[in-house]
Each structure stands twice: as C-alpha cells, then as structure tokens.
Design a protein around this ligand. Sequence first.
Ligand SMILES: [Zn+2]
Length: 420
Amino acid sequence: MKLIARFLKYVTFDTQSDENSHATPSSSGQRVFAEYLKSELELLGLEDITLDEHAYLYATLPANSDKEIPVIGFIAHLDTSPDMTGKNVSPCLVSNYDGKDIILCREEGIVLSPSEFPELLNHIGEDLIVTNGKSLLGADDKAGIAEIISAMEYLKAHPNIEHGKIHIAFTPDEEIGEGARKLDVEKFGCQWAYTIDGGEVGELEYENFNAASAKLTFRGRNIHPGQAKGKMINALLIANRFIGLLPSEERPECTEGYEGFYHLAGIKGDVEESILTYIIRDHHRDKFNARKEEMERLTSIINSEFGAGTANLELRDQYYNMRERIEPVMHVVTVAFAAMEAVGVSPNVKPIRGGTDGAQLSFKGLPCPNIFTGGFNFHGRYEFIPVQSMKKAMDVIVKIVEIVNHERNTIYKKTLGFGS
Ligand SMILES: [Zn+2]
C-alpha cells in the first residue's frame, strides 16, 4: 500500500525541531524533508507547488468541477518533537498483533506492553508500526502528511469523485509552537481547513484552552534578622501568602475535561524580592477572564495587607479557544463528523487541554479543527500507529472532500449565507 510505503520513507528524515533556534525552520532537516515532499508532489501532478524561504510547502489539487464548491485545505507538520531524538528512526511492522508484549529493543529491554498501554488491546489483529526503542516514531505528524498526500493521489486517480479546489500545506516547527505563525492564510486561500495531527482513530478536536501567563513580583524589605522586629518585610512569605489565597483544588493535578486551573510554574526570590510565575487556563472565555480578574483581586489584597506597591501583576494572553471561531461555521465540524461516520469511524470529540496550531490559524481567519492521524504515545519511544487507523484517516480526508461537494448548497445557504 502506497500510504504505508510513504510513511515508512518519511520517518527516515530527521526533522526534530529545535526550541533554542530562532530561525524558521528551526532545523535544516525539515527543509530537506520539505524538498523531498515537493518533488513527490510534482510527480503526483499537483499544481501551484511552492516551498517558501521558511520551509512552508503549499500545493493545490485543482477542482474537477465547474460547480461552486467551498475551497478547503488540509495541513500537517514536518517536524518531530524536541523531547526525543528523531534520528535513525528504524520502524518495525508488527503484523496481525496478538495482544501480547511487543519487544522494541531486546538488548535494552524496552517493551511496549498492554499492561502499561492498554489502548494496544483495541488493535488486536491489526498491523502496528512501532519503533526500535531508540527514537520516537514520528507518526506525529508524518502519518498526517502521508495520509494527506495519499488522499490527494487517490482523488487524482478517481476523477469520478467530483470536488472543488483543495489546498494542502506542510508546516515546520509545530512542536515548538511556531508552525502557524508564518502560514500565509491569504495565500493558502481556503474557506476552512483541517489539521491532520490528532491521536487515536476518531479524534476530532475543535476546542482548546484560553491561555494567559501571569508574573507576580513581590517587594520586601531586608533588615538584619537580629534587628528586624517591626521592620523586615519578607517577600518570600508574601509570595507564600499569595499562593495560599488561590483555590487549592484548581491546579492541573486536580482537574480534567473542561476544568480550568491556575498553575504555579515557577518560584524564585529572596527576602528582598520574590517572583511567582503562573499559567492560567480555561476553555470558557468568561471563566478565563474571571481567573485573570481573580489574580488582580488577590494582588490588591496583598497590597492592602502589606502596603501599596508591594505586589505587581503582569498578565499576558497567550492564545484563545478556537471554539469561538468554529461555532459560527459549525459545518466545518459537522462535515468531519459525517465523514468519519461514513467510513465507519465513531467520532470522539474532546476538548484539548492545551493549545494547537489550528487555534492560531482559526484566529488568523482560517477555521481549522484537528483530525486524528491514528497514532499513540507521541513524542517518545513508545509511539506506535496501526496501519488500519492510517487508512481510516486517509478515507476520512477523501470522504470530507466528497461531502463538501454533496452538501455545497446546504453549506452555502445555511451557514455562509449566500445563494446556491
Ligand atoms: Zn503533531
């Protein structure tokens, strides 16, 4: 199967991104891989293929219909996580998985076991692509790239499937949060798009956290401890007082699903000055704003207890929940949902407890939910992906294209508000 051959080829490129680099792409391997993909897309006969100076690769599958069909896009990322090496990736295929332990590396005793990863048991009888225990696999997100390109190839080979213009883009540095930044949304020219960058088969995501950071600086007054009575103000203890004012159960380790939190991410200081850094997360915009207001309120409590100017709060918004940009165009989710059901996949919609490139893109004007690749245990040596799940992801992409054509009139009339 071409899809799998593609994937196995792609993982041999070392495209680990580098969070310490200020260049885009952050590592040269990403450009090498992008150039390889460019030549592949040329061979496939896609059009308007451009690889820009930052290693963003764009291409178009032209429409094969005169009808007015919404223009959509598919996006995946070139890089792999900085968390684990992506060099010398040497995958193994476990055919017809029997539900037992999979030995990844005999000499180092590295085992992929259903006792630790019970999700394996949902894939008995399937063919799993695993690592040799010494690197990550890179299904995140080379599976997404292979699935998108294979779907475009399929559509080219099946001209009976009527479709509009389809744009694809492969972006660098998603893993270091830079992937969406330099994507030229205007040039990409889609009404909406999907990132193919999720995990387990069925995953469909269009909600993520609203995110802010907070830096609190507390000013103290240091006096020799022997003469400190009535004079010393200990900035460390003020910080401690502030920590105690926050609700103790609204922390990452106590929350899940749609529950937001304050996360104390850093603490440093001495008697003279102490600094707390927090991240604030919540899916609901109102609650997110309320959390920021609470930070302000607690800061003023400290200032009234210890004197004006003792505590200083700097709040900075980081990103927002894409849901508010997706809801007005809910057909982008409905189409993906229907496509999954049509190919026998149960959609599993869940809120992301983090950010995503699709969120940035949605706020740049390109509504962009995220769809599964089929992979598991991203960013480490236990990463694996069932061949059958990759095939399903490719089927979903093809089916989305079909549904967008079939439903073009409803999409235009009901949601986008202009005539059929
Ligand atoms: Zn990814």
